[in-house]
Design a protein around this ligand. Structure first.
Ligand code: PGA
Length: 258
């Protein structure tokens, strides 16, 4: 059974106080209003993970929200000034890590080869990668988006053995839809999600393809979430802007309510 997942990507927003306020609001709203079993994740700045984990500990209500980092180093440890390793993140309470977000690929020149190393280290330290793939506007206009997605998936993830690969979460985020208000239509998103599942079936097998959670990201909000999430191959969302507002984020999670 594929897991339903709604993950918020706070990006470089919220200092410690703001983070605690937002996660408390989300946890309270989720407790009162959400009656589905979607996994709820927030990917927060490195600096806030430890405190949010402390806030979570010992409370069933608080533990409804899982923590993710937004990046990790491709090295285990050593002389890499400014970097944060997968092992460190695990030790302060992260359960997931976003890898390959288009902003990392674009502004920090992350390559598929580096991302494959990050994926390996994350998995070694029991962090579940939320691996992002997606084409730019010009790649879509040139009609090469399927090729781009295939390359990102193969070079970033397909080296994993099947039992490990199955634990990864994939997020399809068309770059032209991120933070632009230009959401992919449910049909456009479904077409790519089905393609990703087909690539997994070819690279591994049908059963593996059916077991994987594939999230959509890119200007998802409470008004378009249900049309997107009701598509056959869309298992939830990676939510940027709308995850910074507790009301909107909870409403998106509620899309999965009965
Ligand atoms: P957005 O961001 O929802 O603000 O478009 C999504 C993301 O970057 O993960």
């Amino acid at each position: 059974m594929r897991q339903k997942i709604v993950a918020g990507n706070w990006k470089m927003n919220n200092d410690l106080k703001e983070s605690l306020k937002l996660i408390s609001e989300v946890a309270n709203m989720v407790t009162d209003e959400v009656n589905n079993d979607a996994v709820i994740i927030v990917a927060v700045p490195f600096t806030n993970i430890y405190a949010l984990d402390q806030w979570k500990s010992g409370s069933e209500v608080h533990d409804k929200v899982k923590l993710a980092a937004q990046n990790c180093s491709w090295e285990e440890s050593g002389a890499y000034t400014g970097e944060v390793s997968a092992r460190m993140l695990k030790s302060i309470g992260a359960d997931y890590v976003i890898l390959g977000h288009s902003e990392r690929r674009q502004y920090f020149a992350e390559t598929n080869a580096q991302l494959a190393k990050k994926v390996d280290l994350a998995l070694t330290h029991e962090l579940i990668p939320i691996f992002c793939i997606g084409e730019t506007l010009s790649e879509r206009e040139k009609g090469i988006h399927f090729e781009v997605i295939k390359g990102q998936l193969k070079e970033g993830l397909f080296h994993l053995i099947k039992s490990v690969f199955r634990t990864v979460v994939i997020a399809y985020e068309p770059v032209w839809a991120i933070g632009t208000g230009l959401t992919a239509t449910p049909e456009q998103a479904q077409e790519v999600h089905a393609y990703i599942r087909q690539l997994i079936a070819e690279g591994y097998d049908e059963e593996t393809a059916e077991s994987m959670s594939i999230l959509y990201g890119g200007s998802a909000n409470p008004s378009n979430a249900s049309a997107l999430f009701s598509q056959t191959d869309i298992d939830g969302g990676l939510i940027g802007g709308a995850s910074l507002k507790s009301r909107d984020f909870t409403d998106i999670i509620k899309t999965f309510n009965a």
